[in-house]
Design a protein around this ligand. Structure first.
Ligand SMILES: Cc1cc2nc3c(=O)[nH]c(=O)nc-3n(C[C@H](O)[C@H](O)[C@H](O)COP(=O)(O)OP(=O)(O)OC[C@H]3O[C@@H](n4cnc5c(N)ncnc54)[C@H](O)[C@@H]3O)c2cc1C
Length: 365
């Protein structure tokens, strides 16, 4: 066996587990289905200050170079008739190019000593008594003492996902030239039942645009219709560029099958599941980058201790307690029921500030 841990998927969660394991002296092989080289030029995402701090702690460099800072959170009512802003004294988040972020994390994992194997689509992970066998679509079977599953929201082949799928629908709405000052706010629509909607403006080589994201239930056609209705409603109130909203091309991507807090377990036989594969996404904001990095780091901590013990499987069970103790309040901030709070958000500045703090920092409301 050449490696202690096989990590399946070199996104944020997989790379952060790999770096954290290598820093603890464990040897890691990172298996990634995508090709070598930088991932395709990406779309802008947003990254919170806590996420930035976590990545800096793992010594991932030059993250702020990715994009401009946010200065405000603006909340909108579900019918877009009311808005409330909360201004921050220091940037609570930044725009970031997701592909650039992942490229930086992969470089960091390699620098920390991990082996990255590209073009390696894993089909199955089989656990024996004291090792796992990782079966790629092509090439030889790989063996390691244990595995971390970080393959994102699309399950491995052969895993049934059930009817209740959720999707993220995304639109880029070009902002007309002469539209005034750039918008430094993150816009959230906190009162949509079972849905998350947010947007922000970002300028790149193609020009200024509003990037709108909606997390909603499938099927895909229904999710697209829902997005078009919401875009039209927000544009009708002058919150989004009207012309672009009517003809926007939509991009749709799967979300995790269930939220981490609802999942039965993240501990399998000699495996731990992290990031989107484990449903680690904030209910309130749709933030996934920070929970992916965090769950990856905690899994590395649990796995390192388990591998040092006599009974690895018993040691791995510690992961459940570890992440729930640390992350449950962040994924679903206690008391963060926007339906109850919503009327107050628009009439009471303090409540808007507290909701902003829950969104950016995962604090209680
Ligand atoms: C449209 C959209 C917009 C979003 N915007 C934001 C945002 O602005 N801010 C934010 O915080 N979060 C955002 N999220 C959520 C965030 O992107 C995810 O939660 C986060 O990327 C999860 O990281 P991950 O490492 O778990 O998964 P991923 O980043 O998906 O990485 C999984 C990796 O595993 C690889 N892989 C998959 N299957 C296999 C296999 N069988 N074998 C080998 N490799 C495999 C993939 O190629 C990929 O590299 C957004 C999500 C969506 C869908």
């Amino acid at each position: 066996m050449t490696h202690d841990v096989a990590v399946i998927g070199a996104g944020v969660a997989g790379c952060c587990s790999a770096v954290a394991l290598q820093l603890r002296g464990r040897s890691v092989i990172l298996l990634e289905r995508g090709p070598a080289g930088p991932p395709e030029a990406g779309e802008p995402d947003w990254i919170s200050r806590p996420a930035m701090q976590r990545l800096e702690h793992l010594e991932v460099k030059d993250l702020e170079a990715g994009g401009a800072a946010f200065r405000r959170a603006v909340f909108h009512s579900p019918d877009f008739s009311r808005s409330a802003a909360s201004i921050s004294s220091r940037p609570p988040g930044w725009r970031v190019d997701y592909a650039g972020l992942v490229a930086g994390l992969r470089r960091r994992a390699i620098q920390a000593g991990a082996t990255l194997m590209n073009d390696c689509r894993v089909q199955r992970v089989e656990a024996g008594e004291d090792h796992v066998r990782v079966l790629p679509a092509e090439g030889p079977v790989l063996r390691a003492r244990a595995a971390i599953l970080a393959y994102g929201a699309e399950p491995l082949p052969g895993v049934t996902t059930g009817p209740g799928r959720r999707f993220a629908v995304r639109a880029r709405l070009a902002v007309e030239s002469g539209a005034g000052e750039p918008d430094d706010a993150m816009h959230w629509v906190p009162g949509l039942p079972e849905e998350v909607m947010y947007w922000f403006e970002h300028a790149d080589a193609r020009g200024r645009a509003c990037w709108v994201t909606l997390h909603t239930a499938g099927p895909t056609a229904g999710a697209e219709t829902r997005m078009r209705d919401l875009l039209a409603a927000a544009a009708g109130r002058g919150l989004l560029p009207k012309a672009a909203a009517g003809s926007a091309a939509l991009r749709i991507r799967p979300l995790p099958v269930s939220g981490a807090l609802e999942a039965e377990t993240h501990v399998g036989k000699l495996t731990l599941t992290v990031g989107d594969a484990g449903g680690f996404i904030s209910d309130l904001t749709g933030e996934g980058i920070h929970p992916a990095a965090w769950s990856g780091e905690l899994a590395a901590e649990a796995m390192d201790r388990a591998l040092a013990g006599r009974h690895v499987q018993d040691g791995l069970r510690e992961f459940s307690e570890l992440w729930r103790g640390a992350m449950a309040g962040y994924l679903r901030p206690p008391g963060a029921d926007p339906h109850f709070l919503l009327p107050l958000v628009f009439s009471n500045r303090q409540i808007a500030d507290r909701l902003a703090s829950a969104c950016w920092y995962g604090t209680d409301i």
